[in-house]
Ligand binder design. Structure first.
Ligand code: FES
Length: 93
């Protein structure tokens, strides 16, 4: 099973492949604000520290939202980015 590590908590969890970053954080007791869960609001932007190639491809909506937010190349939206292999993700404060 893929492993996700959350920074700054420094905790790692095994998750079923295909689980979103948002769901894996919440299921493991970590907070990640999320207002829409449809890649529109951008509140759950996270920074991928390693393994970004092991996340699902960005949807068109996620691409557009990140672009409007002037997000960096390693930023993803937790509600739609699915974990396919080991990744490390930085959650916002
Ligand atoms: S919760 Fe709105 S973009 Fe993810």
């Amino acid at each position: 099973m893929p492993k996700v590590t959350f920074i700054p908590a420094g905790q790692s969890f095994e998750v079923a492949a295909g689980t979103t970053i948002l769901v894996s954080a919440i299921r493991n007791g970590l907070q990640l604000r999320h207002d829409c869960t449809e890649a529109i609001c951008g509140t759950d932007r996270v920074k991928v520290l390693s393994g970004k190639e092991r996340l699902s491809e960005k949807t068109e909506t996620e691409e557009l939202t990140l672009e409007m937010m002037n997000a960096g190349p390693d930023d993803r939206l937790g509600c739609v980015a699915r974990i396919l292999g080991d990744v490390a993700v930085e959650l916002p404060d």
